[in-house]
Design a protein around this ligand. Structure first.
Ligand code: GLY
Length: 579
């Protein structure tokens, strides 16, 4: 009975969002349940995760099942041939992260994206077979399941197989995404086969069956990692590489290993912050910025006040400047993790903060943060036993390279663009990097993914994270500050308008309504002269989050997009009750 209501509420909110002409006009509501919660970008994937919780699986089982389901139902970012990070907090106090970030193929070279004059060749690191990093998602998800899950491979992968083999009815979200990318899919027969209906555009309500992807998932279900990194799937991937001068070899695939890494741990006013270490920059920057802000009473300043925003911009400026210089894959470069995350360093770094004046970003030529969807996707999971998983996964840009590896049904990532192709040259996100993030064979490219768990008194309180390239870290920080400082409900914390600054480019971008006219004037009077309001169609982040409250476990899918939070039984009490 309760399970039925859980599903019903999930389905109703999904239908409401899908058929609403203006997504932002739907009053965002969190759902609340006692039995556990899954919030993700895909209603189908959230349903799969909640079903796993219903069946007695823990948060790890559910997160792994969601990961495989997203590869089927949210193809622009969910993936088998991409990479991701998972932050895990178990109820016995275990805190660990799984890094299944892609790696540069062994034949890659530092200058592989430069022409003979040393200039970056436009598009080579995003729209070619050379853009593809050695995929990590399958190895990572399976290693997490084996170590901390309670279910077997079949239980967590079969739902994804069913979704691919039996098909899903296409919604507006997917149909629009497919239509928009048709010119990018056009050069690749396998991409056309997956994302068009025999050459015609798919329409809302069409049944979308992915037979090749189902077969790939079946091989993974039956053979584990060998079903992906060896045998037929590997043969097809390598053949695809050869067809387009890509670099990934059979040995690259066989050698790929996910890594268990110690989490980045910080504190903020009595809360513990647990996040992702390198090769992500997310955890370090998040803790560094929160350390810089901890000495101030942002709550008293108020959400959206120029005082609070000025402080946050200045913290962001300093942290992102450090990112460019110091951050990369710590297996290859001595990232000063401990130093960057100490309170003492933050104090020193913020010593020149002037409450009435903006500081200057260095005058380095930098790229634009593009006004288009910055893909990657985030899912948050909490179970009734007190386990929590924060999971962010990506193909990099929307639909990655847009190349489906023939015969596999899988889109290939373009994660190589997250390396610094050349010192001080911006990548797609306008981020610059230096030696720390230069390309080397076998190295993992620097990420901004920031899957995070906030802990209070030893128990997970908030599970959050986001897509959005360079904006991921500042989005995650804003959700945390909205909850901890501004005492917002989860619904308000996730829905509230956001802004972003990353040192270079020097501008501050913001969603409409993030800055009032007064706030904008007050920021300009401090010297923040490049305040750029985003066009209405462009949003910052998609922070599907879960919060433990006295009422139960709340889940909130970001109302900017068509995600859904689904609770496990024991009681979805009421969608409205969470407000
Ligand atoms: N591909 C985006 C990121 O990892 O930051």
């Amino acid at each position: 009975m309760t399970s039925f209501f859980t599903r019903l509420l999930g389905a109703l909110s999904f239908i409401a969002i899908i058929f609403s002409p203006v997504v932002q006009a739907v009053a965002p509501k969190a759902v609340i349940a006692d039995g556990g919660m899954v919030a993700s970008r895909s209603a189908w994937a959230s349903q799969v995760g909640a079903q796993i919780l219903d069946q007695g699986g823990n948060a790890v089982d559910a997160a792994v099942a969601v990961g495989f389901a997203l590869a089927v139902t949210y193809p622009s970012a969910g993936n088998l041939a991409g990479g991701g990070f998972m932050v895990i907090h178990l109820n016995d106090g275990t805190v660990i992260t799984n890094d299944h970030r892609e790696k540069a193929p062994s034949a890659s070279t530092k200058d592989m994206f430069l022409d003979s004059e040393g200039k970056v060749v436009k598009g080579l690191s995003t729209k070619s077979h050379l853009a593809v990093g050695v995929p990590g998602s399958v190895a990572g998800l399976l290693s997490v399941l084996e170590k901390y899950g309670t279910m077997d491979r079949k239980q967590v992968i079969q739902p994804a197989i069913d979704l691919a083999a039996k098909g899903i009815l296409l919604d507006r979200d997917l149909v629009t995404g497919f239509a928009r990318r048709q010119p990018d899919f056009a050069p690749y027969a396998a991409s056309r086969a997956v994302f068009s209906n025999d050459g015609e555009l798919y329409e809302i309500g069409d049944l979308w069956v992915q037979s090749d992807l189902a077969q790939t998932l079946i091989r993974i279900r039956d053979k584990g990692r060998d079903g992906f990194y060896k045998g037929r799937t590997a043969d097809l991937l390598v053949a695809e590489m050869k067809s387009g001068n890509g670099l990934i070899s059979h040995k690259d695939l066989e050698d790929y290993q996910p890594r268990w890494r110690e989490a980045i741990r910080g504190t903020y006013k009595g809360y513990e912050i647990i996040s992702m270490p390198p090769p992500s920059s997310g955890g370090i920057l998040l803790v560094q910025m929160l350390n810089m802000l901890e000495g101030y009473d942002l709550g008293a300043m108020g959400y959206g006040s120029s005082e609070a925003i000025h402080l946050m911009i200045e913290a962001e400026r300093r942290a992102y400047a450090d990112r460019a210089e110091h951050l990369g894959d710590s297996d290859f470069y001595p990232v000063p993790v401990a130093q960057l995350t100490t309170k003492a360093y933050a104090k020193e770094r913020f010593a020149d903060f002037n409450p009435s004046k903006a500081s200057f970003s260095e005058n380095i030529e930098s790229g634009e943060v593009p006004y288009e969807s910055l893909e990657t996707t985030h899912a948050s999971v909490m179970d009734a036993m007190g386990n929590a998983v924060s999971y962010t996964t990506t193909l990099n840009l929307s639909y990655g390279t847009k190349i489906v590896a023939a015969g596999t049904g899988m889109l290939l990532n373009n994660e190589m663009d997250d390396f610094s192709a050349k010192e001080n040259e911006p990548n797609f996100y306008g981020l610059i990097g230096r030696q720390a993030n230069a390309i080397e064979p076998g190295k993992r490219m620097l990420s901004s993914m920031t899957p995070t768990i906030v802990v209070k008194d030893g128990k997970p309180l908030l599970v959050t994270g986001s897509p959005g390239g360079s904006t991921i870290i500042t989005t995650t920080m804003q959700i945390i500050l909205n909850v901890l400082e501004h005492k917002m409900s989860l619904s308000d914390a996730v829905s509230s308008p956001r802004f972003h600054h990353q040192w270079l480019p020097t501008r501050v971008i913001y969603e409409p309504q993030a800055f009032s006219a007064d706030t904008r004037r007050a920021l300009e009077s401090r010297g923040h002269n490049e305040l750029v309001v985003l066009p209405g169609t462009y949003q910052i982040g998609d922070a599907n989050s879960v919060l433990r409250t006295e009422k139960g476990i709340e889940g909130m899918a970001d109302p900017r997009n068509a995600g859904t939070a689904v609770g496990s039984p024991g009681a979805v009490k009421s969608a409205a009750a969470a407000k």
